[in-house]
Write a protein that binds this ligand. Structure first.
Ligand code: AMP
Length: 183
C-alpha cells in the first residue's frame, strides 16, 4: 500500500487579498505566489510585525507590498493629509527605491492610493512639490528622507506601516543613525 501526501499548491486567491489587487497580480502575469509570498502575505495581513529573510529574485517586494496595499485600501486616506504618508518603505539605494515604488504602482494600479519615491543625488525641489500633495505610500532612502523631515517637507507622524527593506545592507552602509531618527 502506498501513501501519498498531496499538498494543494498555493493560490493568490486564497491569501485574503482584495479583488483589485488580485486583478493587478493577474495583469502582471503571476499565477502562483512564491514561497516568501505564501508565508509573508497572511502574516502581514494580520497586522503583526514581520522579520523576513529572502534573496532578491524570490518575490519579496510583492511579499510585503501586496498585503500593505490591501491594508491601506481598507481604510481610505484623508484626502487633506498632504505630505503625511501612512506607509513608509525605507531601502538603501535609489535603484531599489525606484523599483519598489514601481511595484507599488503596478500592484496598486486599481486602488485609489498614491505613492512617490524620494532619494538623494537629485534635485530636491520636484520631491518637495510632490510632498505637498496627498500621499499614502512613501518609498525613500534614509538620508534624503531625513533631510526632508528636518525641513518639515514631510510629516512622518501618520506612518502606521514601516518597511525596512534590506535592513542589513542599510546598517552596513552606515544608515543606523538616520533610521533610528526616522523610526
Ligand atoms: P524581487 O525578489 O521582489 O526582486 O522580485 C523578483 C522578480 O519576480 C520581479 O521581477 C517580480 O516581478 C517577479 N515576481 C514577483 N512575484 C512573482 C510571482 N508570484 N510569480 C512570478 N513572478 C513574480
Amino acid at each position: 500500500m502506498s501513501s501519498e501526501v498531496t499538498k494543494a499548491s498555493p493560490n493568490f486567491n486564497d491569501l485574503g487579498l482584495a479583488e483589485p489587487i488580485l486583478r493587478a497580480i493577474s495583469d502582471a502575469g503571476y499565477t502562483t505566489p512564491t514561497p516568501i509570498q505564501t508565508q509573508a502575505i497572511p502574516q502581514v495581513l494580520t497586522g503583526g510585525d514581520l522579520l523576513a529573510g529572502a534573496q532578491t529574485g524570490t518575490g519579496k517586494t510583492a511579499g510585503f507590498t501586496l498585503p500593505i496595499l490591501h491594508i491601506l485600501s481598507q481604510k481610505p486616506a484623508d484626502p487633506s493629509s498632504k505630505g503625511r504618508p501612512r506607509c513608509l518603505m525605507l531601502t538603501p539605494t535609489r535603484e531599489l527605491a525606484a523599483q519598489i515604488e514601481e511595484s507599488v504602482k503596478t500592484y496598486g494600479k486599481y486602488l485609489p492610493l498614491s505613492s512617490t519615491v524620494i532619494f538623494g543625488g537629485v534635485n530636491a525641489n520636484p520631491q518637495i512639490a510632490r510632498l505637498k500633495k496627498p500621499l499614502d505610500i512613501l518609498v525613500a532612502t534614509p538620508g534624503r528622507l531625513l533631510d526632508h523631515a528636518n525641513q518639515k517637507n514631510v510629516d512622518l507622524s501618520g506612518v502606521e506601516i514601516l518597511v525596512l527593506d534590506e535592513a542589513d545592507r542599510m546598517l552596513d552602509m552606515g544608515f543606523f543613525d538616520d533610521i533610528a531618527k526616522v523610526a
